[in-house]
Design a protein around this ligand. Structure first.
Ligand code: B12
Ligand code: SF4
Length: 419
């Protein structure tokens, strides 16, 4: 049986962020596209070490973030020196395609379902692996996306202080918006691609974890579809986190009924729109983790101070501050390039914890200081661990109320159908 090792390179974790690791989602979807003909091993290097004494028939390198690039290159070079062919794919491979092409045997651009990865593995076995497989914007039929193959995960590593991490799942791909700091429009061509409800229900109900993270780019793209999704989720009694949801009372109420636990809500200003959005979520018993971008052109140091005060005042449960980062193919990047504002392209430092461009109204040093100020000030009165514990307490109360609370279990349904 040919052996393939799927590798997710490590990156430097942001010191301010919560200590736990979430299970990566891309690789479990890739693994679901590999048939039983192959023996698949997965290494998430953020939690496990790679065993370079193994000689699989191929290494599949999965990279989501720009800051995984330097380590991805090292891993590829090591395996190739041992005579093991390396095939790279994933979001960061698509964003850095030409660079990645230089250090791997084959680059895969696009999504693996619909038999696309199967074809590559066939070529590999027949000794005719191509340098590039270009399925960029040539998306597989959305119905071909089946349940992810979560059995490849080393579950023990995704437990934090005795609490099992959420499992990740997606109900749609793509995003029709084109926000200035985001590469998603480039990756998905602004096409919203919802999965059929029955496929989502099949996948969600097969996950032996009642706590999920629905990682869709945005649940604010199609009101009717979102309402239908929540209706389909209600009977499953799962509890879940998501990116923003359509900001409307009826929709938020339905989300809460469907098990929405907390939302990552982008907070970009101190307006009443944000104030009311946060209030609406909280009024429906949904927690809010604010995702806050620092360093936009309208911000100076005073603005960031006001923003932090505002976040405390509107009482968001958690905050994740990120420094605006000009990632490849994000709309903002072309502007900064034109204006000569990009300081370097040392990808390992593109973590969103470090300033890599010249802000308009501050020096890079001031922005770096304000980033530290924001984290420290927001969590001064109530530290992150306590706030997280408070969110968990709310969750447990919800689970107890509907009889779904159970002690941690790490069993896995080992079945998948290659897609
Ligand atoms: C979900 C998500 C997250 C989740 C978790 C993801 C996880 N653990 O897997 C959370 C919320 C934790 C997250 C966090 C962050 N994220 Co994020 N995230 C996403 C999002 C919305 C979707 C990714 C996803 O899971 N898609 C679904 C899966 C199935 O698709 P996929 O990964 O593309 O995989 C398919 C193909 O790529 C391919 N494939 C994948 N691997 C391989 C390998 C091989 C060999 C082959 C052949 C094919 C292949 O096949 C797969 C199946 O079809 C993307 C945006 C987007 N739409 O891409 C941003 C995105 C990846 N995130 C981004 C960023 C910036 C971040 C943060 C840095 C934000 C922050 N400041 O904190 C953090 C960093 C993570 C950390 N510190 O832990 C950026 C990346 C920018 C960059 N160039 O680095 C993106 C692109 C959004 C954006 N702003 O542009 N993120
Ligand atoms: S930030 Fe969110 S809503 Fe905006 S383009 Fe990116 S994925 Fe879509």
């Amino acid at each position: 049986m040919p052996k393939v090792t799927l590798v997710y390179p490590k990156w430097q974790k942001i010191p301010e962020q919560t200590e736990f690791h979430l299970p990566p989602h891309g690789p479990v979807c890739v693994a679901a596209s590999i048939s039983e003909h192959y023996d698949v091993t997965f290494v998430d290097e953020n939690v496990d070490a790679i065993d370079f004494s193994q000689r699989p028939d191929a290494v599949l390198l999965s990279m989501m973030l720009t800051c995984q690039q330097p380590r991805g290159r090292e891993i590829a070079e090591k395996f190739r020196a041992l005579g093991v062919p390396v095939i790279a794919g994933g979001i960061s491979t698509m964003l850095h395609a030409d660079e990645v092409q230089q250090y791997v045997d084959s680059v895969f651009l696009g999504e693996t379902e619909g038999g696309r990865l199967a074809g590559v593995l066939r070529d590999l076995e027949q000794g005719r692996l191509a340098k590039r497989y270009d399925f960029f914007h040539d998306f597989p039929p959305i119905e071909s996306i089946g349940p992810a193959r979560r059995s490849i995960l080393n579950d023990e590593k995704y437990v934090y202080r005795g609490v099992r991490m959420v499992d990740l799942v997606h109900a749609s791909r793509g995003c029709r918006f084109n926000c200035f700091p985001c590469s998603t429009a480039y990756l998905g061509g602004r096409k919203f691609r919802p999965r059929p409800y029955d496929k989502v229900v099949e996948e969600v109900s097969g996950i032996d974890n009642d706590r999920l993270f629905i990682v869709d780019n945005s649940l604010a793209q199609d009101r009717d579809w979102v309402m239908g999704l929540f209706d389909a989720l209600i009977p499953l009694k799962k509890k879940w986190i998501s990116h923003p949801i359509v900001d409307e009372d009826a929709v938020i109420a339905r989300a809460a009924e469907a098990g929405c636990w907390y939302v990552y809500q982008a907070v970009f200003d101190t307006s009443d729109v944000i104030r009311n959005r946060v209030k609406r979520l909280k009024d429906h018993g949904i927690g809010v983790e604010a995702a806050v971008l620092l360093g936009t052109d309208n911000q100076d140091a005073d603005y960031i101070k006001r923003l932090v005060d505002f976040l405390l005042e509107i009482d968001v449960d958690m905050c994740e501050f990120s420094i605006l980062t000009p990632f490849p193919h994000a709309p903002i990047t072309a502007t900064y390039e034109r204006e000569g504002r990009i300081l370097h392209r040392d990808w390992g430092r593109y973590t969103t914890a470090e300033v890599v461009f010249k802000p308009r109204q501050m020096s890079p040093e001031t922005l770096q200081e304000m980033y530290c100020y924001a984290w420290e000030t927001f969590y001064k009165e109530m530290p992150q661990s306590l706030r997280m514990a408070r969110l968990f307490t709310d969750l447990v109360k919800k689970e107890m109320a509907d009889g779904t609370y159970k002690a941690m279990s790490l069993g896995r349904d080992r079945k998948w159908a290659a897609n």
